[in-house]
Design a protein around this ligand. Structure first.
Ligand SMILES: [Zn+2]
Length: 111
């Protein structure tokens, strides 16, 4: 269950905890930890949305070597403000097309 969202809430502090974790301080005093895994799993860009909704491409489950090390895809390289409503997150594998609104960021911590 999500509580009511105050639209005036915005981040007042971002602090890197480790390679894959960032602590966010919000203007209403709340603090939350954001992980690269959560961010990546909820990346709102078209590429990631497609990936998540795509059916399994190969029913044989042949062994593969992954596109990139998991920790790379889940590492948070940077978070930069976009306007006054969102952050652009760059992941360790160079993925940076996801724009995370404050509301989305906030929701990731309230599950
Ligand atoms: Zn994405």
């Amino acid at each position: 269950m999500r509580g009511t969202m105050n639209e005036d809430v915005y981040p007042v502090g971002l602090e890197r905890v480790d390679e894959t974790t960032v602590r966010v301080q919000w203007s209403d005093g709340e603090e939350q930890m954001l992980t690269g895994e959560d961010l990546r799993n909820h990346c709102p860009c078209a590429t990631c949305r497609e990936k998540r909704s795509a059916p399994p491409p190969d029913p044989l489950e042949l062994p593969i070597v992954g596109d990139s090390p998991t920790v790379g895809a889940q590492a948070i390289v940077s978070m930069r403000p976009v306007g006054n409503y969102a952050y652009q997150v760059t992941f360790g594998d160079g993925h940076d097309t996801g724009i995370f609104t404050f509301e989305l960021l906030r929701s990731l911590a309230q599950k």
